[in-house]
Design a protein around this ligand. Structure first.
Ligand code: UDP
Ligand code: LCN
Length: 803
């Protein structure tokens, strides 16, 4: 940096003078750039400066804090890597500063007294993380399982005795108290190694398909218990993997060996908020992809568990419980039903446990932002229920989103169970400066509770399941959702100098899929659900407004561009309507159909939804869209939705996902599975799902004109070249089959479950130390904050005895 500033001192002086001109403030990269442009107005000179090191530094800058005469930069040269430098605008001197000092600079803009107080609370998870090995390459972030396998094999390597922790772990495996894999006869690595050599010879002489039961008793005497395989062949293979590991541990064999071990049978999945149900809930506030994801996930996990258990030669019935909130006022859904079997599974259920306060059961739905006061009691009640239904502890607890992850952390730490977290979408990055401005936003969003809950569960969990790389560590230009918790500050509350480290090997990517029995290509004529066609015809083209649709499509020869989402601000459906309204060329080429929310704002209890509904009406009027737009209310029947995507493909239309930010974007893969060419936001997960210009298109939600012109170009080209549309339809499908299926997902997640269960054993002391720190943070900080979230009193609550 000093070098860079010296290179063009004249321009730099002027530039920095400009930056400090307006006094104290936070500047984002676009501001820094545009103010620089006003100072260096000659394009050639500007390019020279931008092409130099300074340009490179500025481009890596995420934000700068201006406190005259200083400008302090937060620079992110690579995903996960941050540097902080303080530049004096007077003499251009440069000083590298710590993250702590950077946060302090930022805080002084909001609460100087608190910032300068020596006793301000600092949270530093790094301080108790010193013994955990970490990745170092940005490109390896999200590949934790692989790293853990490598690191574990190096720990087990060398002398045979080094493998003793593995032997001890195998000795501990059991199901409901019955030993699996090994018994005490083989309690050392050397005894185990010798026994494996003998058994290999023995097994080689048996018919490959001989059932395990035929040699079970003999094996038991030798020290081997059930769980190695269902046949002689499978048993031999698993034992061979272990022999290889004992001989010379290598990550590949270790990973394969762990994928075969009988470790996971019972799984609990927490998803408290929203309306969690199998019918009539999608599109309701806070009820979207998370529900779809979990239901599909359960099917895929159960299928994979059944296969693995069979191959292990066991007869155990796996159990998966999705634990959510029971809502007495369920609005005609089944959300007031305690136990509900999950369709398409044999042994999986939804378990609903009500939210309780000292006044009794909470009867009404509450927004996910207001949910924090209920979680601690919910975790206790839910744990008791789960232990009762499962007749014992689960083997893996998976949390979903901030609320589910916190509950999962509380239960997992109490019972000593392996934990995974899934975020779907963390709120922090959705709102600019949401940490530093928390006081302003707290009455509406309670971010103080949410960010601390997230920080707690990220640290408590054994592994994190992310859908994409960007979710963890973002892209070259934009920090990831998890990464934004690396360091942040809530002035007046606490300064988090080290929240989470994205180089922690707990981070893994396992992308979800879409149910391919529901979302299949429009070309599969014999499978098409033609019985829905009359209803879909009515939904899209009838002329009258009713409670399900408003607006109409006058020219039905035009292709339809289609979008479907909850009516949240961030989903930006209103943005798409506005882009369409403004772009005459696009309006001439295509019609617009959008599914989302409902039409009467007074029917909604969700703040954002109400605002978006009103905005939709305004835009339709402002741009005179009647005749070209069809606004359809939230749709709850996924089978009909699948057919709707295909009917849009029949018009040779496209799907548009215009979100200001999308964590993953299930609708994107649903549309692609149906063969519908897709345009999706470049902000978030869809940027990874779609390869721009190959399997679909990226659009910039912050540049509506460019986005709508890109869509118009596509339809213009498709008009003149009939193969153009087909090309994108097929390439989208190909991308899905290669990367986004539930089978790939379930396999990965169960492998994680097995490996991280051993990993937490290996790092027991470190884990315990961290848990103590987390408990303190939870008790002293989080629990107090929760008291600030109002509990609705306007609704009738029903008193209940404590369970
Ligand atoms: N969805 C629906 N009806 C609606 C809106 C959405 O069935 O009115 C479904 C959609 O098909 C998808 C899910 O809800 O399966 C939304 O998932 P996505 O990941 O796109 O967004 P989220 O709502 O989770 O943020
Ligand atoms: C929540 C979101 O916001 C989406 O981006 C995801 O696709 C969905 O959950 C499922 O993970």
């Amino acid at each position: 940096m000093p070098e860079a500033l010296r290179q063009s001192r004249y321009h730099m002086k002027r530039c920095f003078a400009k930056y400090i001109e307006k006094g104290k403030r936070i500047m984002k990269l676009p501001h820094l750039m545009s103010e620089m442009e006003t100072v260096i107005d000659d394009k050639v000179e500007r390019n020279q400066v931008l092409e130099g090191v300074l340009g490179y530094i500025l481009c890596s800058t995420q934000e700068a804090v201006v406190i005259p005469p200083f400008v302090v930069f937060a620079i992110r040269p690579n995903p996960g890597y941050w540097e902080f430098v303080k530049v004096s605008s007077e003499d251009l001197s440069v000083e590298s500063i710590t993250v702590r000092d950077y946060l302090k600079f930022k805080e002084t803009l909001y609460d100087e007294k608190w910032s300068n107080d020596e006793n301000t609370l600092e949270v530093d998870f790094r301080a108790i993380d010193f013994s955990t090995p970490h990745l170092t390459l940005s490109s390896s972030i999200g590949n934790g399982l692989n790293f853990v396998s490598k690191f574990t094999s190096s720990k087990l390597a060398g002398r045979l005795e080094n493998a003793q922790p593995l032997v001890d772990y195998l000795l501990s495996l059991n199901h409901e108290g019955e030993n699996l894999i090994l018994n005490e006869n083989l309690n050392t690595a050397s005894k185990l190694q010798t026994a494996l050599i003998v058994t290999e010879v023995y097994l080689s002489a048996l018919p490959k398909d001989m059932p395990y039961q035929n040699f079970e008793l003999r094996f038991k005497e030798w020290g081997f218990e059930k769980g190695w395989g269902d046949t002689a062949e499978r048993t031999k293979e698993t034992m061979k993997l272990l022999s290889e590991v004992l001989q010379a541990p290598d990550p590949l064999n270790l990973e394969r060996f762990f994928s075969r071990l009988p470790i996971i049978f019972n799984v609990v999945i927490f998803s408290p908020h929203g309306y969690f149900g199998q019918a009539d809930v999608l599109g309701l506030p806070d009820t979207g992809g998370q529900v779809v994801y979990i239901l599909d996930q359960v099917q895929a996990l159960e299928e994979e568990l059944l296969l693995r258990i069979k191959q292990q030669g066991l007869t155990v019935k796996p159990q998966i419980l999705v634990v959510t909130r029971l809502i007495p006022e369920a609005k005609g859904t089944k959300c007031n039903q305690e136990l509900e079997p999950i369709n398409g599974t044999k042994y999986s259920n939804i378990l609903r446990v009500p939210f309780r306060t000292e006044k009794g059961i909470l009867r009404r739905w509450v927004s996910r932002f207001d949910i924090y006061p209920y979680l601690e009691l919910f975790a206790q009640d839910a744990s008791a229920k789960v232990l009762d239904i499962m007749e014992g502890k689960p083997d893996l607890i998976i949390g979903n989103y901030s609320d589910g992850n916190l509950v999962a952390s509380l239960m997992a730490s109490k019972l000593g169970i392996t934990q995974a977290t899934i975020a779907h979408a963390l709120e922090k990055t959705k709102y600019e400066d949401s940490d530093i401005k928390w006081k302003e936003l707290d009455p509406k969003y309670h971010f103080s509770c949410q960010f601390l809950a997230d920080t707690i569960s990220m640290n408590a969990t054994d592994f994190v399941i992310a859908s994409t790389y960007q979710e963890i560590a973002g892209s070259k230009d934009r920090p990831g959702q998890y990464e934004s918790h690396t360091a942040f500050t809530l002035p007046g509350l606490c300064r988090v100098v080290s929240g989470i480290n994205v180089f922690d090997p707990k981070f893994n990517i396992a992308a979800p899929g879409a149910d391919q029995s529901v979302y299949f290509p429009y070309t599969e004529k014999q499978k098409r659900l033609t019985s829905f066609h009359p209803a879909i015809e009515e939904l899209l083209y009838s002329k009258e407004d009713n409670s399900e649709h408003i607006g109409f499509l006058a020219d039905r020869k035009k292709p339809i561009i289609f979008s479907m989402a909850r009516l949240d601000t961030v989903k930006n459906i209103t943005g798409l309507v506005e882009w369409y309204g403004k772009n005459k060329r696009l309006r001439n080429l295509v019609n617009l159909a959008v599914v989302g929310g409902f039409f009467d704002p007074s029917k909604s209890k969700d703040r954002e939804e109400i605002a978006e509904i009103k905005k939709m009406h305004t835009l339709i009027e402002k741009y005179q869209l009647r005749g070209q737009i069809r606004w359809i209310a939230a749709q709850t029947d996924r089978n009909r939705n699948g057919e709707l995507y295909r009917c849009i493909a029949d018009t040779r239309g496209a799907f548009v996902q215009p979100a200001l930010y999308e964590a993953f974007g299930l609708t994107v893969i649903e549309a692609m599975n149906c063969g519908l060419p897709t345009f999706a936001t470049n902000q978030g997960g869809p940027a990874e799902i779609i390869v721009d210009g190959i399997s679909g298109f990226h659009i910039d939600p912050n540049n509506g004109d460019e986005a709508s012109n890109k869509i118009a170009d596509f339809f213009e080209k498709s008009k003149t070249d009939a193969t153009y549309w087909d090309r994108f339809s097929k390439a989208g499908l190909q991308r899905i089959y290669e990367c986004y299926t539930w089978k790939i997902y379930a396999n990965k997640v169960l492998n994680m479950g097995s490996t991280y269960t051993f990993w937490r054993q290996l790092n027991k002391e470190q884990k315990q130390a961290k848990q103590r720190y987390i408990q303190m943070f939870f008790n002293l900080q989080y629990r107090n904050l929760v008291k600030n979230v109002p509990i609705p009193s306007d609704e009738a609550e029903q008193p209940v005895p404590k369970p």
